[in-house]
Every structure is written in structure tokens, then in C-alpha cells.
Design a protein around this ligand. Structure first.
Ligand SMILES: NC(=O)c1ccc[n+]([C@@H]2O[C@H](COP(=O)([O-])OP(=O)(O)OC[C@H]3O[C@@H](n4cnc5c(N)ncnc54)[C@H](O)[C@@H]3O)[C@@H](O)[C@H]2O)c1
Length: 445
């Protein structure tokens, strides 16, 4: 493994633009949150980069700095927000409409949020059917890609930013799989010029960002970065990419619970998950094609955590069912129910019921912050291509071709922190105790 030099990580000088395609519930909750934290009105609960510590060296050394003090990350004061949406409302009005944060909280950062005006979006009703709006770009797909590139350049110039990161926070697009036009960068560029119907808006945003040498993270479950074309472009321009689908709500619970069952060799015969949610995301997911993208992203989790091929007695017959129901009265305050049928010693069955009354965007907002800061760090450290060490944040982590994703939250956390240590040339932590070294010395003596 090549050793990175921590003194070779470019410093986080200047302003960092965080640009989000989609200025809806997640994006505005993220922006309002950072602005409030910056003013000392709130704490960054849920953000690992801001609140978590990282142990360095042996436990006896008692050296556990905050991650934000350990890594050369951009500070919250250096962040500038912008983005695109099909609706022209500024981020304050969009946040009011999203009804995630209360007015009393939004009003404390009203001036800053009101100044964030969405740039015209690249949008296609073939990929998102349930909504449409007036703030859109026109022209061919190639022209739209060039217009996005210009938006990025203009935004950075206007706000005096030295770097940027793009995080997709727009609606979930219809399910699709890569075909010929996605296979290589040349085919993709040709497809843009020919207005190929298989190229989705999210792919055009990713193409534009990576072409401008800007990292791109995909917070939704749709196909965007998982194509030969985007991998090639990321490699060519040495840019980090990562996705997909922020790990929040029910899936977060699954990746916490399932590794626990497996670690104790408890079998699972069934896992039924249902949700009600009433925000715009729920409305978009009410369309079967958009739901399919979400379903595929959510279904993969248990298979990879539980490994039915390795443990057929325990997990081969697991029946896994997921339902998402659009139910307007709930707004962003989603409710989920899980019924888990497990079995133990002598095949005796047991049941677990989880009723999670979560707030989706409250869980997603700190993920947007962490991903933006860590993708920016990756770029300054010359780490390019798929950032597997950030799997911790994704429902459906993108991996190199031929590999399976790691879904176990605790393995993901070890990988995340060990990569941070590796980046800063600190010893990796193996969790082997000092007493073993003493025993070994005794044996050798
Ligand atoms: N909230 C969560 O916890 C969570 C978790 C995982 C993934 N996600 C995903 O994050 C995304 C955002 O979720 P949300 O709750 O903010 O949804 P939202 O509907 O409130 O916001 C999405 C916004 O994107 C805009 N939009 C749609 N297509 C666009 C395009 N092509 N270009 C620019 N803007 C576009 C919409 O007008 C809307 O304002 C969704 O794809 C969702 O599935 C959310």
C-alpha cells in the first residue's frame, strides 16, 4: 500500500463551496444547521467529523483528539452553500415548505438562507415523474452539462471559493442500469451530444462536477456514479467519488441490529419493514420506478451483512420485505415498523419489533456535512476514485468492480477511523491488548 505523506495533504486554505443539486428537505436542513452551529446556536449532533474523537496510539497513552482537530478539515466558517433546484424559492422559503425545522430556528439564520438562490436545474420528467417546476435549463444534454460547468465556475468566482464539493440531494430518479452509453467517457460524451434518453440528470451533474475537477457524492439511490464513464472520468481528473443513498432511518437501524445477530450466531427467518412518510421525497417514491431504485438500495443491506452463502443454516431462508407508503399528514416525520423473526438455540423462535419515529432529514443533514468535508480532504490528499472508506455513510456503498460492499456499520466505522489514522501516518489500531505482547515476550524468552 503506498504511504501517503501527511505533509503532502494540501491545506484547507480558502473557502469551500458545498453545492447541492436539490435544495429540498435534506439540503436546507443541512445548510440551516451549519449556519446555526456557526453562530453558536446549536451543537453539531450526529456529525462524526465535528463531535467524535479518534484514539491514537495505545490506550495507556490516553490520546483521543476530536477528529476535527486531528484531520486538516475545512472549518465550518470556511463553508459557502449553493445549489440547483427546479423550484426557484430561496433556501429559507424551501426550508419553510419542507417543514423539518421550526420557524423559530429558521428565522435565526433567515438572512443567510434567503441569500441562497437555486440555479436553474437540469431536469427530466422521464426520470422523476411526480414533480415538475419552472426553474430549469434548456438545450441539449451536452449544452446543459456545459451550463452546469459554467454555474460551478461562476459560483466559485462570485463567492471567492478555492475549492468545491458537489453532494446530490435531489429527488430519487427512476431505476436504471448502465448500458452502452455509460460504458466509457467517450461513449457518454457522444451520448450527451446526441441527447441519449438513457442519460439521467444526476449523471449530467456528476459529469459536470468531475469535469471541473470537483468531487461528487450521491445521496440518492439512483444510478449516477456507478458507470464506466464516471469511474473513468474520476480517474482521469483524479477526483474522489462516492455513493450511494445516505444511510438514515430504517436502514441505519438494520445495519446496527443485523451485525449484532450475526456476531452471536442468531438466525433470522424474516424481516418485514414498512414506512409511512409524507414529504416530497415520499411523494416521488410513490412512483413505482423511483421506489424501485430505493428498494434495490435497501434490500442489498441484509444479504451482505448476514452472508447467507457463508451461513446458510442461519440466513438462507430469510424473507425480507420492504414497503414505503406515502402518507402526507406525517410530513418529514417518518415512522417505520420492523418485525424481525429470529431464532436461537434448538431453533426456538423469537420476535423483535422496532418502531422508529425518526426525522429523516435530521439524520441526513450531518451526513451531508461529513461527506462534504471528507471528500474535500480526500481530494487534497490525492485520493481519487471510489472512496470505500466512506461506506459508513451510505445505504448502498459503491465499491470497485467485482467487490462486494461492506454494510456492517461497525466494520465500516473501523475502516473509516483506520483510514483517517493512515492518512495522518498514525499506527492503525488492531485492538490487540498490550498483555498479549507481554505474553509473547514471555514465550520467546
Ligand atoms: N432524508 C433522508 O434521510 C434521506 C436518506 C437517504 C437518501 N435521501 C435522498 O436524498 C434526496 C433528497 O431528499 P429530500 O428529503 O431532501 O427530498 P426533497 O423532495 O425535499 O428535495 C429534493 C429536491 O430536489 C429537487 N430536484 C429534483 N430533481 C432535481 C434535479 N434534477 N435538479 C435539481 N433539483 C432537483 C426537488 O425539486 C426538491 O426540491 C432524495 O433523493 C432522497 O431519496 C434522503
Amino acid at each position: 500500500m503506498p504511504i501517503l505523506r501527511k505533509d503532502k495533504i494540501r491545506p484547507a486554505t480558502g473557502k469551500l463551496a458545498i453545492l447541492t443539486p436539490g435544495i429540498g428537505a435534506v439540503a436546507t436542513t443541512f445548510m440551516a444547521g451549519v449556519l446555526s452551529i456557526r453562530k453558536g446556536l446549536a451543537k453539531p449532533y450526529g456529525s462524526v467529523t465535528q463531535m467524535a474523537t479518534i484514539r491514537l496510539g495505545k490506550r495507556t497513552e490516553a490520546n483521543s483528539p476530536l477528529i476535527k482537530d486531528f484531520l486538516p478539515l475545512a472549518t465550518l466558517d470556511q463553508l459557502v452553500f449553493g445549489g440547483w433546484d427546479i423550484f426557484p424559492e430561496n433556501a429559507y422559503d424551501a426550508a419553510v415548505k419542507a417543514e423539518v425545522l421550526r420557524r423559530e430556528h429558521l428565522d435565526q439564520v433567515k438572512a443567510e438562507l434567503s441569500a441562497i438562490k437555486p440555479m436553474p436545474a437540469v431536469f427530466d420528467t422521464a426520470f422523476v415523474k411526480r414533480i415538475d417546476g419552472p426553474n430549469k435549463k434548456t438545450g441539449s444534454k451536452w449544452e446543459k452539462a456545459q451550463a452546469l460547468r459554467e454555474d460551478i465556475r461562476n459560483f466559485m468566482k462570485q463567492h471567492g471559493c478555492s475549492r468545491a464539493v458537489v453532494v446530490w440531494c435531489a429527488s430519487t430518479e427512476a431505476y436504471s442500469t448502465p448500458i452502452g452509453v455509460h460504458a466509457s467517457l467517450a461513449a457518454f460524451e457522444e451520448g450527451l451530444k446526441k441527447n441519449d434518453p438513457a442519460i439521467a440528470p444526476s449523471q449530467i451533474y456528476a459529469y459536470a462536477a468531475l469535469s471541473e475537477k470537483i468531487p461528487f457524492a450521491n445521496g440518492a439511490p439512483n444510478l449516477c456514479l456507478e458507470t464506466g464513464a464516471m469511474r473513468e472520468l474520476a480517474r482521469k481528473n483524479q477526483m474522489p467519488i462516492g455513493g450511494k443513498d445516505f444511510k438514515t432511518g430504517q436502514t441505519l437501524m438494520k445495519t446496527i441490529l443485523a451485525p449484532g445477530f450475526k456476531s452471536r450466531m442468531l438466525g433470522v427467518s424474516g424481516w418485514f419493514s414498512t414506512n409511512i412518510l409524507g414529504n416530497r421525497d415520499g411523494e416521488v417514491l410513490d412512483d413505482p420506478e423511483s421506489f424501485k431504485s430505493k428498494e434495490v438500495s435497501k434490500l442489498g443491506v441484509l444479504d451482505t451483512v448476514l452472508q447467507p452463502d457463508v451461513y446458510p443454516d442461519l440466513y438462507k431462508n430469510l424473507y425480507h420485505k420492504i414497503r414505503i407508503n406515502y402518507y402526507p399528514p406525517r410530513g418529514d416525520n417518518k415512522e417505520s415498523w420492523d418485525n424481525i423473526d429470529i431464532f436461537g438455540w434448538l431453533n426456538y423462535p423469537m420476535q423483535i419489533k422496532v418502531n422508529f419515529l425518526c426525522r429523516d432529514s435530521i439524520l441526513a443533514a450531518p451526513i451531508v456535512l461529513d461527506l462534504a468535508l471528507l471528500m474535500d480532504l480526500a481530494q487534497r490528499a490525492n485520493m481519487f476514485g471510489i472512496q470505500e472508506w466512506l461506506s459508513f455513510y451510505w445505504k448502498s456503498p459503491q465499491v470497485a468492480e467485482g467487490l462486494y460492499p461492506e454494510h456492517d456499520l461497525f466494520i465500516q466505522q473501523i475502516k473509516l477511523k483506520n483510514t483517517m489514522r493512515w492518512l495522518m501516518r498514525e499506527d492503525l489500531i488492531t485492538h490487540l491488548g498490550l498483555e498479549y505482547y507481554d505474553m509473547l515476550e514471555g514465550q520467546e524468552a
